[in-house]
Design a protein around this ligand. Structure first.
Ligand SMILES: C[S@@+](CC[C@H](N)C(=O)[O-])C[C@H]1O[C@@H](n2cnc3c(N)ncnc32)[C@H](O)[C@@H]1O
Length: 168
């Protein structure tokens, strides 16, 4: 399975501790899952996608990862994730993603982060980055917009790190 450069860059930009719990939204056929697993030791990866075809392919491509067929709008996942990310999942920008961001925030471990990566032309990225950053800020996530390439950018939202309480 060839790995598109956007995924190499996106996963490379994530702060992944070896024991991180990672949730990917819109995991497609599992290409990013493999890159994440290469960086985990005792950590866990869970990928969700609403497409059954994609999830079937992901399970074949990366048997040691955990995948579920679910839509972001009806996520039944439980847990405390250190890292939640999505690459090119337009759900977050074609509508107001307030409810989904709130749900994801509730799945974050203290100090954890949600990062949305998008490939989009430069003139669009600034406006979109500002808009998503504002949504994160409204939901108590400290936003940070980064440019990772000529067309690839990321909006991260970090939850406050409360105590050093751990789920592990
Ligand atoms: C453009 S593809 C990107 C796939 C992969 N992240 C990548 O960059 O190669 C978008 C993926 O997100 C999934 N997706 C889109 N909207 C979704 C939603 N609301 N809930 C779950 N998955 C969604 C699609 O099924 C598709 O696999």
């Amino acid at each position: 399975m060839g790995v598109p450069e956007r995924l190499t860059r996106a996963v490379g930009a994530l702060r992944l501790a070896p024991d991180a719990w990672v949730l990917e939204i819109g995991c497609g056929r599992g290409a990013a899952a493999r890159l994440v697993l290469e960086r985990l030791e005792t950590g866990r990866y869970l990928g969700v996608d609403r497409s059954e075809t994609s999830i079937r392919a992901a399970r074949e491509n990366v048997p040691r990862a955990d995948f579920r067929c679910e839509a972001l709008e009806r996520l039944s996942v439980e847990g405390e994730f250190d890292v939640i990310f999505a690459v090119n999942v337009n759900h977050f920008w074609v509508r107001d993603p307030a409810a989904e961001v709130e749900r994801l925030r509730g799945l974050l471990a203290p100090g954890g982060s949600v990062t949305l990566f998008y490939e989009t032309p430069g003139e669009r990225s600034a406006e979109l980055g500002d808009r998503l950053a504002a949504v994160f800020a409204r939901h108590g996530l400290r936003p940070e917009v980064s440019v990772l390439g000529p067309k690839l950018f990321a909006v991260a939202g970090q939850s406050p790190s409360a105590s050093q309480t751990s789920h592990r």
